[in-house]
Design a protein around this ligand. Sequence first.
Ligand code: DGY
Length: 317
Amino acid sequence: MKRILITRRLLKSCEEKASKIFEANFNDNDELYSQSKVIEMSQGCDGILTSLTDKMDAETINKLPDSVKILSNFAVGFGNIDLEAAKKRGIIVTNTPDVLTDATAEIGILLILGACRRASEGIESARESNWKWSADYLIGKQLTGTRLGILGMGRIGQRIAKIAKSLGMIIHYHNRSKLSDEKEQGATYHDNLKDLLSVSDVLSICCPASKETVDMINKETIEYLPKGAVVTNVARGDIVEDEALIDALNRRKVYAVGLDVYKNEPNLNSGYLKHKSAFILPHLGSATKETRTAMANLAIDNIDEFFKTGSCKNKVN
Ligand code: DGY
């Protein structure tokens, strides 16, 4: 039986599944392991089931025992893992695509609705019972007829596009390449970021974090947005330069933001906390029972497939 380290707690049924297939080291207290703890705990292990909270940078990967052959990330994103460093050490990295598309797209839509319809302010007022209905009370932005710019039209972006279209939004997108007509579903393609941003009344960031996308939404690119645009991010915090976005909110260049992901989670920039036009969630993208179960099972299956066949269809490096 292969021995694996599972760095964070999984739902019970998934831990049971893992213990049937592997000799699994569980993290019973769901402690947030430091990098040195991951190295220590992985001694004698053949693989590690990592989570997005594990920073598997080159230094950490280089210190893993030689026995570790796979890092199976419990997420579709893998910005927490240095893919090249893993490859150099002959370690494969896998992720959990598809199974979280619907749940994450739901949160993507919630961010759009929450930011456009001033949900943060509304919730606060309702809780404090200090509101008085009037014709112009908490007037927000209606989605019908509004242009939605999707940055990164992968699985999640396409799903958000489909739901947003049913809400009457007009879809634009930017990707490395144009999608087929079937996947595009009538959306307008822009081959560069500037063109996409200039038509984005609402922006939905859905692209993976990579060297190319870090700080892609920054002081300069924010200026391409129409005045009063809404910026939402369901992908990764690294894509946004926080200071620039907060500054844009403060000077009303940006009307509102809807965010589920941040740089340095969970310590998000305090500028968002203070801002009434920031609709913020604590990285809930995939947080449903069905999805977290499917993700963990897939992360387990990825390890199993790798040890049985020497490869894995969800390999990303
Ligand atoms: C992912 O899988 O990358 C999601 O962000 C997890 O919620």
